[in-house]
Each structure stands twice: as C-alpha cells, then as structure tokens.
Design a protein around this ligand. Structure first.
Ligand SMILES: Cc1cc2nc3c(=O)[nH]c(=O)nc-3n(C[C@H](O)[C@H](O)[C@H](O)COP(=O)(O)OP(=O)(O)OC[C@H]3O[C@@H](n4cnc5c(N)ncnc54)[C@H](O)[C@@H]3O)c2cc1C
Length: 388
C-alpha cells in the first residue's frame, strides 16, 4: 500500500458542498490541505440540486432561518457572522431570486461547483476513505483505497445517506460510529410518499392542496405518482410521516371550510366538476353516495373524501430516495463555535452528516456553506492565521 508521508495540516474528506466551501476558505492560506473525494468528480450532489438549477440560498432573515432549519439554533452565530451573498458575489456567481429562493443567475448548478477556488489544495478523486487512523488514542490520519494520508486535523464533510450514487453513501457514518461518535436517529426528510390508493391517477397534479397531521400542515402542489404522492406538498410532509407523528390527512379543497363545501355540494351534487382535473374528479365521484343521497351521506363524503382524506398507513420512500437525511452526528458531541468534536479535538464535522437539516428552499445548502465556513475559521484560528 502507498504511504504519503507528508503531514498535511488539514485533510478534508468529501468534495461536496461543505467540503468545497471549507477547501475554498483555506485555499489562500499557506496550509497544506488535502481534499479526498471518493467518486470520480467533485460536487456530484451539488450538480443535482434544484433540478440542476441549484437553490443555493434562501433570503430568510436569521430568525426565519433558525425556524426553517431543524436544530437551527446551533448555527445562530453563523447567520450573523457570514454573508453568503457577499461570498458568492466575490466568487463571480451572480444570483437571482424567485420568491425567497436564490439560484445562480445562469440557472446552472455547474456554475456553483465551478465558483469554488481550490487550486492550492491537493485534490485526490476516486480516493475513498475506508478508515481513520489513530495512534495512542490520537487521530493522525486516514486509510483510503489508494493509501494512507496523515494530517494534523481531519474534517469529515461526507454528507448524508441519500442518493448514495452521488457518493454520499453513509460510509463515514459507520467509520465514525466505530470510534464512538454518537448519532441521532437517521430518517428521510424531503421525501415522497408511498400510498397505493391513487396509483391510477399517476401523472395528475393538483394545486393548492393542504396536507396535515395533528401538529403541522402544509399547502402546495400535489403530484400523484405510480407509487403514491410526490410534488412539493408531499415532499414537505415526508419528514413528519417518517417521524411517525400520527395520522396524515389531505384536504383537497381548502378554499371552503367543511360546512361551506357541504352546502355547495348539497345544493349542486356536481359542484366539484370543474374544480379538479377530470380524472381526479371521476376518481373521487366513485365515492359519492348514489340514489338521492341524504345530508348525512353527503356530509360523510365531504369529510372523508375531500376535507379529511385519511392517508391510512402512508409511508415514505426509502432513505436513499429522499433529498435530505434527517438526523446525524449528535450536536451534543460538537461545539457550535467550531464544529469540532468535543473529545477527538482535531476532528471536525460539517453539513448533512450533522443532525441539521432544513425544509425545501436552499436551507440544506446553507447548512453546508455555514458549517464549512465555521470549520475553516476554526482551523485558521488554530494556526494563528489572521484574516485581512
Ligand atoms: C436531488 C437533490 C436535490 C437537492 N436540491 C437542493 C437544493 O436545491 N437546495 C438545497 O439547499 N439543498 C438541496 N439538496 C440537499 C443538498 O444537496 C445537500 O444537503 C448538500 O449537498 C449536503 O452537503 P454536504 O457537504 O454535507 O454533502 P455532499 O454534498 O453530499 O458531499 C459529500 C461528499 O463526500 C463524499 N464522500 C462520502 N463518503 C466518502 C468517503 N468515505 N471517502 C471520500 N469521500 C466521501 C461524497 O462522494 C460527496 O462528494 C438536494 C439534494 C438532492 C439529493
């Protein structure tokens, strides 16, 4: 096996979103930085983001960010300290805004990957970390499929467990656990739903639908698929289905409350005819009571089939099909000041690997950007590097 006897100042595991941010922030220091990427290219998941357009940021205020990101309080000081707009401006990546979401003006995720400046960093692709190396209880390096590398500091930026073909396959989760790093429960977030009752409606989309459980509700577009339910609405609800928060319901017609809708349908049994796509209307009318229905029967139809449709036994798609991994390295294990492990003090952790994740809207990339920046500053401080 090859041995690279150079002692690096920092070894970064993973050239994804947070690893690229970290490498970029160390690029202009004199530090010897090694960036190891298990796949044959950098930023693979980043290239997939926002359907190839990359929703790079949200325009939310610090308070809103704290709310939109699960455990968002952990990043509280980062929201104030770092200006991501300025970062991308300085990296010649103009952004454009759609509602609260910011995308590269070119609408190309590739331009986000290319904006990172990592030319002074040693990059090794196809270099998969298979283990950490400890000597006398000190973390001193990494073992990879192409040799061992030694470093004073190791930053694990290996992402979550979704879309494993992008390289974020959870391999570092196993390795970290082996050395006692604690994880919270892992489950899918931003994930489509599996529900068999609507498979015949595959391809139909409905706008302005409400999905809810006893704790939360979302309104948005719903897409019927051959497996169940997708579209922004289902994907937002997916995390809470995975958390088993209780029964999930759909309100297909939130414009009117139950009494109002009942009255309309009582007066005109075909009231819903032009309110939905034809196939969906035909589907729900299978359940409409026949032969001069009475008020009770119509009320039951309105409640059970339109206003509180019970998604009985609904499930999420498996973790690998989710956009984001919920759960990860327990935040009790690391300090928000530097994302440094409290016991293994030359180990740093970033991004989706941590128990931090956000809603759809650029929040997950913000977690990656901020944690990459935090670790870069912590390392600079360790080496007494003073910012200009
Ligand atoms: C389809 C899709 C669309 C998305 N769209 C958006 C969006 O528009 N906006 C948004 O905010 N978020 C989006 N996300 C989520 C976002 O991409 C991730 O949260 C973010 O990229 C996580 O950054 P990270 O640095 O933690 O990990 P990643 O970007 O996943 O990078 C981890 C890197 O580590 C490497 N690696 C893993 N294990 C090893 C190992 N053992 N050895 C060496 N290398 C290793 C991987 O190959 C990978 O390159 C999307 C996700 C998906 C799947």
């Amino acid at each position: 096996m090859n041995k690279d006897f150079l002692l690096y100042d920092v070894i970064i595991i993973g050239a994804g979103s947070s690893g690229l941010m970290l490498a970029d922030r160390l690029n202009d220091t004199k530090l010897k930085v090694l960036l190891l990427e298990g796949t044959r290219r950098i930023g693979t998941k980043l290239l997939l983001t926002g359907n190839g357009r990359c929703n790079v940021l949200s325009s939310d205020s610090a308070t809103e960010l704290e709310h939109a990101i699960h455990n968002g309080r952990f990043l509280r000081s980062a929201y104030h300290k770092y200006d991501l707009h300025k970062f991308f401006r300085k990296h010649n990546l103009p952004l454009k805004q759609e509602n609260k979401r910011l995308y590269p003006a070119s609408e190309k995720a590739r331009d986000v990957v290319d904006c990172f400046r990592i030319h002074n960093v040693t990059l090794k692709k196809n270099c998969k970390v298979e283990d950490l190396i400890f000597k006398e209880d000190n973390l001193v390096g990494v073992k990879t499929n192409s040799g061992e590398f030694y470093g004073k500091n190791i930053a694990v930026c290996s992402g979550g467990k979704t879309y494993p073909k992008s390289g974020s396959d959870g391999s570092m989760h196993k390795i970290l656990k082996k050395y006692g790093v604690k994880f919270t429960k892992i489950y899918p977030s931003e994930v489509a739903l599996v529900y068999p009752d609507f498979t015949e409606l595959s391809g139909i989309a409905l706008d302005g639908v409400r999905m809810f459980n006893k704790k939360r509700e979302f309104t948005g577009s719903l897409l019927f698929t051959h497996k169940g339910l997708s579209g922004p609405l289902s994907i937002s609800m997916g995390e809470f289905v995975a958390r088993e928060e209780g029964d999930t319901f759909i309100d297909f017609f939130p414009e009117l409350n139950e009494d109002q809708l009942f009255n309309k349908i009582w007066e005109n049994h075909k009231f819903l005819e032009n309110k939905f796509p034809k196939r969906f209307y035909q589907h729900i009318m299978q359940f409409f009571p026949h032969n001069n229905p009475n008020k009770k029967e119509i009320r039951k139809f309105v409640t059970n089939k339109i206003k509180r449709y019970h998604l009985k036994d609904v499930k999420t798609m498996p973790l690998e099909y989710a956009f984001t991994t919920a759960g990860g390295v327990s935040l009790k294990e690391i300090s928000p000041k530097n994302c440094q492990h409290k016991k293994i003090t030359n180990l740093y952790l970033t991004g989706e690997l941590l128990d931090l994740h956000g809603e759809i809207g650029g929040y997950n990339l913000m977690v990656a950007w901020y944690t990459g920046m935090i670790v870069a500053d912590a390392i600079k401080e360790k080496f007494d590097i003073i910012e200009n």
